[in-house]
Every structure is written in structure tokens, then in C-alpha cells.
Design a protein around this ligand. Sequence first.
Ligand SMILES: [Zn+2]
Length: 467
Amino acid sequence: MAVLVLDKRKQPLMPCSEKRARKLLESGRARVHRLMPFSIRLVDRRVEHSALQPVEIKLDPGSKTTGIALIRESEATDAQTGEVTVTAHVLSLFELAHRGRQISEALTARRQMRRRRRGNLRYRAPRFLNRGNKAKGWLAPSLQHRVDTTVAWVARLQRLAPVTGIAQELVRFDMQQMENPEIAGVEYQQGTLAGYETREYLLEKWGRECAYCGAKDTPLQVEHIHPKAKGGSNRIGNLTLACQPCNHKKGAQDVKAFLAKDPKRLERILAQAKRPLKDAAAVNTTRWALFNALKATGLPVTTGSGGLTKFNRSRLSMPKTHALDAVCVGATDAVADWQKPTLAIKATGRGSYRRTRLDKYGFPRGYLTRKKRIKGFQTGDRVKAEVTQGKKVGSYVGRAAVRATGSFNIQTAEGVVQGISHRYCTVVQRADGYGYSQIGAPAKATTAARSPLYLPGLKAGVSRGNI
Ligand SMILES: [Zn+2]
């Protein structure tokens, strides 16, 4: 992984290699500025803006995990054709795990306990119709958290690297790439950009499930409603998605014969096939809110579609991870140095404000200490423990969970080590609401996993600049 570098005034410089960082630290020219992500600060240099190259943050926002990639862009011009190829050199890869689920569960639990308390312990006048109007652009707390944590990490990376632009996957499919499919009649072609956009379009249109049996979370294949063998076309109105068993079972049968026993489903499929999907269906409100928040940083934000991301990944034969999907977002001609470990960042929160632990019925089960800090440590601090005595002799680095007794638990990469005295511990990084771990470099995709069509010269027509 690239090491992020700051100058003596804490202004970002170009990231450097691990080897160079080690030499700088050994010679005393640099100090460790931050451990996660690893950043150093030069003691004897100030930034020269002419020496900076374009660095971009690329984002693939997901509901549970957001992929983040820090890349350096280099341009090469073909001497004969004059064609400009932009290569993305991967500097660092990150995977940000959100905690929207925990937030929503905690709010549900609180609501239910309050409701029960009001309902049957003591008299309270019933309260109803007492909610104000939600502000325009309001997002549920679990969704707002996704936007906030992503923006917070963009801001953090901006402080550590000379970022000149942001790219985000905004839409699932790009209508313009397909030229109004239901009307113009775009044809589905495997391996082309339009083919990938069509697939994403179909996924959205058919609700990401098998049209014939409703199976979810299974690989779906593009299915011809009126079979190809009987003259059915490749036009998008004739396509749906089916799981492998259904696709196989249906074979070259007509949909009316195949679903003769299930007339309701047949009716629904035929109606859905005729219904065109609006472009707006491809964008969800959270991604849109993130896009607006990113624009507020003042950096140019480019966008890409999910179809383009998948097309790039399969064209460049890269394996599927959240971080590498981020690398493939938007217009990408070539990618270099992507076989790097990923820093997994998990949103852990900063502990609970409530000091009473409750059982599942909402009755007090125990109490937390009034103060969060014990012997100078706090839950979430990254600590190093050098245990010299007892059964747990050894060296441990990880996230500490403090106990009032002064005997802590340490979450290391290998697992939790319990009962480590505070006397053995030193803080290496203060709690910042995130847990960190490293994921090894992904192996190169096997030939079998490669796309059947490799199209080196194909350029994706993606708009650059603000929208
Ligand atoms: Zn099925």
C-alpha cells in the first residue's frame, strides 16, 4: 500500500512507497503522523504544488460496504493515432463497512421499550399525531449515516493526499448508453458496454429476482420471453431474468406454455415486459444525497453507472471486491498496480450514551461506568500490549475494550485476548469511531472468470465534469 505523506506544515504531498517511507523514517527525515491509514510527516520539506500529480478518490457506494480507491492518473498519447489513454495507478484501497443496520435496530429497540413503558407501567396520556413534517431531503438515520461516514472519509483522505477529483458510481444503468431502450429497441449483446447496461437495467426492472420462481440472491441469466429459437428478438422488451434451473427448464418453450399452470404470474410477466423503466429508477436517494454532499467539497465530481463499472472490471479482468469496483467506476481505460492489500474500515460508533444496560424486556440489567476513560484508555483505542508475566506472555496489537477493573480485552487480527492489564498497554492510535483490519491482496482473476469478449480499443462515452 502507498504511504500517505504530509509536509512539515501538514499539507499533503504525493503518496510514496512503503520502502521509501521506511528509509525516510530511519534517516529521521519523517515522523509517523497516523497509523491507520499509515501516514508520515516530513520534518524538513514544504509542499511544491508543481510536483503534485492528479490524484482521484473513487467511490462505489453500497448499502453495507462502500469501496474507496485512491488513484493517481497518468495520460499517454499514442504517437500514431493521437488517442489519449488514461491509466489509473492504484495507490490505496479501502473498504468502509457501515453500521446502518445497528443504528436502525437500536432505534427500533428504543421505540419499543418506550412504547411498552408508556403502555403498561404508569398512566400517560396517549400521544398521537405529534410528528412534524420531515424536512425536504430527510434521510432515515441509518441512511444518513452512510452518507456522513463516506463524506467523512473523503474529507480525511483529502487532508492526507493532494486530491484533485472525485468519481462516484451514481446510477445503476445509463439510459443514454442504451438510447431509450423500450422505444428505440436496443439489442442485447453480451460483452459490450450496452450489454452490461442492459443487464443492470433488467435487474432493476425485474426486481433482482427470477421472473419465473422469484428466487433471489442467485446468479440470474438473461432470458428471452418469446424464445429465440422460435424467432424471439434480442430487443429489451422481450428480455427478462431467470435463475439457471428455470432458464434450463423453460428451454425453447413459449412463455404461455411454460407458465400454463400459473396464469397470474404469466399475466404479471407480460404486463411488466411492456412497461418501460424510467431513468430515475436507477438512482436511489442515498446515492443522490452522497453526490450532492461530495459536490459541496468543491472538487470536480464525475459519475459513472453500475453497468460501466461491471464492464470495466470484466474488460480489465479484475476480481470482484468492493475496493476494486471503486477503481473501475467511471471512464477507465487501463488500471495498474491494483494487486494491493485493502484496508478494511469498520464503523463501530463511539459507544453508547445510555449508561444502563437493558435486558430484552427493557429492564435494567447492569450499569456502565459514569466515565468512559479508564486508566487513560477508552474503548476503541488501538493499543499495543507487551505482556511480560503470567499466562498471556506476548505482544498484542488491536482495539481495546476497557473494563472498570483495569483489565482489558484486546481485539487482535487473530481474535480477542481477554484480561490484559492496563499496565502492559500503550496507546498507538486514539479511538476515532472505526475499527481497522487488513485484507490481503486479491489474486488475479482466472482465465475462466474473464469475460468472453475482450475489447481493448473500446472507449466508454462517459461525460466528465460537474453535472
Ligand atoms: Zn427461477
